[in-house]
Design a protein around this ligand. Structure first.
Ligand code: DGL
Length: 258
């Protein structure tokens, strides 16, 4: 089907999911909507996040999206049920990848880095409770990281102060895995890896849910016969609630970043 897939995030982070989506679904068209003017969502109340997310999801549906990819863990944890019940198109969403992380062998801990909101919300806590050993997962809210990434700061050593603030409590523990539970954090995985190599013990394998989410989207589109049967490369259109002159170059930069 030749209609586009709508991709939503509070800002730039969802481009990390879009990158996977283009790789796995190269013939699809995508409309990306970043609510950059209102990012970060992670420090907002549940009511605010719901209101902003619903507004954006409806806007993507009005643009003719045949399906919506919620590329924001915070929005998923806050209001995925409401998005699904309000829209009559398939909705697939990213969630912190604690399941594969918990399947990783070892007796050490798993650090789940995410926004303040995600780490406190019922839906995420229920996901954690379903893990074989929920206490293995330590939730680490990381306010401030998203703001910096939204400014286009991505340097490997540009986050040491914040990472130290949030991770120094775990310096003496054995850490088997780190879950990047916010789609923005994928863009600073080198900074997180570098910090872990310098200060943490254990393998600190990084996990994210991006590829698994896009494969789920592919299965849903296949099952509903919504896949685009064309063989040409798809088109990508970016929209932002922020200043396009500021964010459009960043969307492009992140999309093509290795
Ligand atoms: N990228 C989003 C996530 O995956 C939210 C970032 C934010 O706006 O706080 O949670």
């Amino acid at each position: 089907m030749e209609k586009p897939i709508g991709v939503f995030d509070s800002g730039l982070g969802g481009v990390s999911v879009l990158r996977e989506a283009i790789r796995i679904l190269p013939h699809e068209d995508f409309i990306y909507y970043g609510d950059n003017r209102n990012a970060p969502y992670g420090d907002r109340t549940e009511q605010e996040i719901t209101k902003l997310t619903m507004h954006c999801a409806h806007a993507l549906a009005r643009c003719g999206a045949k399906a919506i990819l919620i590329a924001c863990n915070t929005a998923t944890a806050t209001c995925i049920e409401q998005i699904r019940s309000d829209l009559n198109i398939p909705v697939v969403s990213v969630e912190p990848a604690i399941k594969p992380a918990c399947m990783h062998p070892g007796n050490g801990k798993i650090l789940m880095m995410a926004t303040q909101a995600t780490t406190h919300l019922k839906r995420y806590l229920a996901l954690q409770a379903r893990m074989p050993n929920p206490a293995r997962v330590i939730n680490v809210p990381c306010p401030g990281l998203v703001e910096r990434i939204e400014r286009g700061i991505l340097g490997e050593d540009a986050f040491d102060d914040l990472l130290d603030q949030y991770l120094s409590a775990y310096h003496t523990m054995q850490i088997d895995g780190i879950v990047l539970g916010c789609t923005h954090y994928i863009f600073i995985r080198d900074a997180i890896k570098r910090y872990a190599a310098m200060h943490l013990h254990g393998t600190c394998t990084l996990f994210d849910g991006n590829a698994a989410t896009v494969y789920q989207l592919k299965r849903v589109l296949e099952a509903q016969r919504l896949l685009n049967v064309g063989t040409a490369s798809g088109n990508i259109t970016f929209h932002t609630s922020g200043n396009p002159a500021q964010y459009e170059p960043l969307f492009e930069l992140l999309l093509h970043r290795p």
